[in-house]
Write a protein that binds this ligand. Structure first.
Ligand code: 0O2
Length: 209
């Protein structure tokens, strides 16, 4: 890192303030949706949600990996995942229910959408990514800030957490040995089969009293 390229703790604290508000805005909405789902049906889609503001170290690392200059303003320009929420659902179908209902909200705009469920990454990663632009009001100005949503099933989340732990911690994502890659793909397929079978064989078309 070039010496004057840094994000000080003070810059970081100022940078994340509006993202914290944007995150609170979306979390409130999602909690409202979750309450409504649970009132309407026993087969509610959302299992749990986690939220985080990207740490200072993670922001610096990501800017360096992207070959961008390291500063608060560069982070604001280049990164759309400073505020992030992970929504864990039960079945693949639930992902699309949540996405459809999120898009009904007229005061937030979808600015990026990647469907890694229908188009998984070559390593087996599956998840639906949405970046919402959310209004944050100040007396001097109104601005939109991005919040990244990762929507995935319990089994996709299990796989992604394990893959991140195994590959990132040991090989920093590069040069993962082929046998490890192959085994991870095999498990991704196995988990997908388990989840689909549970849905199709145990739930679909049944109406337990
Ligand atoms: P962290 O530490 O989880 O925040 P971006 O890189 O965000 O500007 P891009 O290139 O579209 O945009 O990224 P992508 O592919 O949408 O990935 C964004 C996030 O998805 C990552 O954030 C990870 O959280 C997750 N992700 C993507 N690919 C994988 C994968 O192969 N394995 C796992 N376990 N997670 C993945 P970060 O910042 O990389 O990491």
């Amino acid at each position: 890192m070039i010496e004057d390229e840094n994000i000080t703790q003070e810059e970081y604290d100022a940078l994340i303030k509006p993202y914290e508000e944007a995150l609170a805005f979306v979390t409130l909405r999602l909690n409202g949706m979750d309450r409504e789902y649970r009132t309407l049906s026993r087969n509610y889609p959302i299992h749990s949600m986690q939220q985080r503001i990207k740490s200072r170290g993670s922001i610096i690392r990501k800017l360096m990996n992207k070959g961008r200059s390291v500063s608060g303003s560069s982070a604001g320009e280049c990164l759309t995942d400073i505020a992030g929420i992970r929504i864990i659902v039960y079945f693949e179908q639930d992902i699309y229910t949540v996405v459809k209902d999120l898009k009904k909200q007229q005061d937030v705009k979808v600015i990026k959408e990647t469907d890694y469920v229908k188009n998984p990454k070559s390593n087996g990663y599956k998840s639906y990514h949405l970046v919402l632009n959310v209004p944050v009001y100040r007396m001097s100005e109104n601005r939109f800030y991005p919040v990244e949503l990762q929507i995935r099933t319990l089994s996709m989340d299990l796989w992604a957490s394990m893959e991140h732990r195994i590959c990132y911690k040991n090989w920093r994502g590069d040069d993962v040995p082929d046998d490890v890659k192959n085994m991870l793909k095999l498990y991704a397929n196995g988990l997908e089969t388990m989840e689909q079978d549970m849905y199709e064989q145990c739930l679909l078309g049944r109406n337990p009293g």
